[in-house]
Design a protein around this ligand. Structure first.
Ligand SMILES: NC(=O)c1ccc[n+]([C@@H]2O[C@H](COP(=O)([O-])OP(=O)(O)OC[C@H]3O[C@@H](n4cnc5c(N)ncnc54)[C@H](O)[C@@H]3O)[C@@H](O)[C@H]2O)c1
Length: 266
């Protein structure tokens, strides 16, 4: 790593696993002092071994706890709002409780941290706010992501608003909109449609079983995996050689394009 964040202070929510953890680790590796928090403090174990990290339990849906936590730390240069929850289902599966919970965690939690830290960042002369949205938002549609997409689209709007209001005073505000990323919660989300299908007495739910032959065959070039095993993909992704990562992206993008073109032809 190149020390690009040497001397910077970063706040990272939901840093216990998945994208939040990867970002916190990258910030630490780049030399930042990281205030890493998670609802489940145990998941943060090990983060401070690599460098300068302050670990804490924090439920971002608890206004009083968020205020007390932020009051007790240095003013950050970077705020990464990562905490979020994926509700599975259509409008028909989303009661008011589910709607409120998703907005509370995915959107209002960002309002809490941003409204508390923008005045301090202004005093400091600027900062960078990064909000976790998703490709499934105002960017593109995904089935069974009714309230999730509504929240992540709200994150895009919230981000644009903060960006335009404060860019001239040195605060940048951006949202990240990833597609599917392997994380501990992803396996659970993959399992959900299968369980739905089992409950309905059908086969593999939202997932087609790959035929043994033909372009859709398991592990074939046209699978989203680019024909590589999960382990092979991880090795290419985690390795030291940037060329490997470029190869991986090219393979996966290529396979998506081929599937898309074929779907259009069909
Ligand atoms: N994984 C993906 O495919 C994907 C794609 C696009 C966007 N995202 C977004 O990225 C973020 C992280 O997702 P992930 O899949 O990498 O991680 P994950 O879902 O595996 O982990 C989420 C973390 O958030 C913590 N958390 C849950 N409730 C919290 C709360 N109230 N306060 C503080 N922390 C809390 C959990 O303890 C856990 O450590 C989410 O906002 C998610 O919507 C994920």
């Amino acid at each position: 790593m190149t020390g690009r964040l040497e001397g910077k202070i970063a706040v990272c929510t939901a840093a216990g696993q998945g994208i939040g953890r990867a970002v916190a680790e990258a910030f630490i590796a780049e030399g930042a002092t990281v205030y890493a928090s998670d609802l489940d403090a145990q998941k943060l174990t090990g983060l401070d071994h690599a460098g300068n990290a302050h670990l804490a339990a924090l439920d971002v849906t608890d206004s009083a706890a968020v205020k007390a936590y932020l009051d007790g730390i240095e003013t950050p240069d970077i705020l990464f709002n990562c905490a979020g929850y994926v509700h599975h289902g259509t409008v028909l599966d989303c009661d008011e409780k589910a709607w409120d919970f998703s907005f509370e965690l995915n959107v209002k939690a960002m309002h809490r941290t941003i409204s508390a830290l923008v005045p301090r960042m202004l005093e400091k002369g600027g900062g960078s706010i990064i909000n976790m949205s998703s490709a499934a938002s105002s960017i593109k549609a995904a089935p069974n992501r009714y309230v999730y997409m509504a929240t992540k689209a709200a994150v895009v709007g919230l981000t644009r608003s903060v960006a335009i209001d404060f860019i001239k005073q040195g605060i940048r505000c951006n949202a990240i909109c990833p597609g599917t990323i392997e994380s501990p919660s992803l396996d659970g989300r993959i399992e959900e449609p299968r369980q739905d299908a089992r409950r309905r007495g059908k086969g593999a739910g939202g997932f087609r079983r790959a035929p043994a032959h033909g372009p859709h065959r398991q592990g074939g070039r046209d699978r989203p995996s680019g024909g590589l095993s999960r382990l092979r993909r991880k090795r290419l992704h985690d390795g030291d050689d940037p060329a490997d990562r470029r190869r991986l992206v090219a393979l996966m993008v290529g396979s998506s394009r081929r599937r898309f073109s074929r779907a259009r032809r069909e």
